[in-house]
Design a protein around this ligand. Structure first.
Ligand SMILES: NC(=O)c1ccc[n+]([C@@H]2O[C@H](COP(=O)([O-])OP(=O)(O)OC[C@H]3O[C@@H](n4cnc5c(N)ncnc54)[C@H](OP(=O)(O)O)[C@@H]3O)[C@@H](O)[C@H]2O)c1
Length: 337
């Protein structure tokens, strides 16, 4: 019997919080290696990154600067994959790559589809976790956008997550006083004890504005924001003169089918001469390899704590992905097939 290629398709545009009914399991035949044309690859996906912004790609946003997943097509996702068959001269069967894939077991990558070859000493968990694009986002957002100086007071929201935990520790390595904002006592204690941040605020049980006033009596130099909404507002109200806000994500709004409210008092930014800049990790693609080397050095020196939450099973992909939005995962959320 012909082996089947399981796919998770986006069945409808989600409204509010994701539901299992937004997705449908589908089977197609596995593409035959003999059907490949010049430049094509047959990939077998082994691991997917669960990235919150994929929720944005599920919306119908024709004018947006991000992709839109067509209905009844596999959900787009960053992947770690094995080359099963190759019609590219520089890649042979058995090579391992990272790529922009989709929720299916097998996928044909076209001649112009970019893949990054992994060296033998890097596992999929490392390549998609502590050396993956979230880690690079934390690194570039902090180093290139927020530009922390030694002694700066730095606040990071979503600090216990994949991106935030790297951003916060990069600032700590630069000699800053770093405060993380995260949900729940366990995440806050990980930030203080393993990531060695100076303080952590549990936004689920504490008043963020009041805690920022206590912890940053002279104000905030840098705010690295993964969340938006009320947390962003609380930080804006405490920014120091010439402070920098790096806008990395707005996860508080991803499930709401509309943008989360921005800061209420923009005059605060004007009087404070505060810079607020959005960025994408792709803006720095030319420097990714150098940043990975720097991260590897810091990891080897014991300066960066990280954790990956690897869930198993293709059938559970939608459920795994949904844990991003209830905070029940720990660190980079990966789905192994
Ligand atoms: N600009 C870029 O190029 C770029 C690249 C990658 C990621 N990002 C952004 O970075 C952010 C973090 O992504 P990640 O992949 O590293 O995920 P993550 O932080 O590992 O996981 C998401 C975390 O967000 C928190 N969260 C979920 N819903 C929330 C809500 N309604 N309000 C407040 N917090 C909420 C939860 O942490 P708690 O338990 O602490 O609440 C959850 O664990 C996202 O906004 C993402 O879009 C941006």
């Amino acid at each position: 019997m012909m082996e089947s290629n399981r796919q998770w398709l986006l069945r409808r545009r989600p409204v509010g919080a994701l539901s299992a009914d937004d997705f449908g399991l589908h089977r197609t035949p596995v593409p035959a290696p003999s059907s490949l044309r010049d430049g094509e690859l047959l990939l077998r996906h082994r691991m997917f990154v669960c990235a919150p912004t994929m929720r944005n790609w599920m919306q119908d946003s024709p004018n947006a600067l991000h992709p839109t997943i067509p209905l009844n097509q596999p959900v787009l996702a960053p992947a770690g994959s094995e080359v099963i068959a190759s019609r590219r001269p520089d890649l042979s069967a058995g090579a391992r790559v990272t790529t922009f894939g989709s929720w299916q077991e097998y996928q044909v990558a076209g001649a112009d589809h970019p893949v990054t070859l992994l060296s033998d000493d890097v596992s999929f968990v490392e390549a998609l976790g502590v050396l993956g694009f979230n880690a690079l986002t934390g690194y570039f957002g902090m180093m290139r956008v927020a530009r922390p100086q030694p002694g700066d007071v730095v606040v990071v929201s979503g600090a216990a997550g994949s991106t935030g935990s790297i951003a916060a520790q990069v600032a700590r390595i630069q000699g800053c006083r770093v405060i993380g904002v995260a949900g729940g006592p366990a995440k806050c204690s990980w930030l203080r004890n393993e990531c060695r941040l100076d303080a952590a605020i549990d936004y689920r049980s504490e008043d963020v504005s009041r805690r920022l006033a206590q912890l940053c009596p002279d104000g905030i130099d840098v705010f690295f924001d993964n969340v938006g909404g009320d947390v962003l507002q609380a930080a804006v109200a405490r920014m120091k003169k010439f402070g920098r806000i790096a806008l990395c994500g707005q996860i508080a709004g991803y499930d709401s089918n509309g943008p989360v409210a921005g800061p209420r008092d923009m005059m605060r930014l004007i009087y404070g001469s505060v810079t607020m800049q959005g960025f994408l990790v792709g803006d720095y693609a030319g420097d990714w390899n150098a940043a990975r080397e720097q991260l590897r050095e810091w990891i080897a020196a014991g300066l960066i704590a990280h954790r990956e939450d690897v869930r198993h099973g293709f059938e559970d992909l939608p459920q795994t992905f949904m844990s991003l939005f209830d905070g029940s995962h720990q660190g980079t959320l990966l789905a192994a097939l």
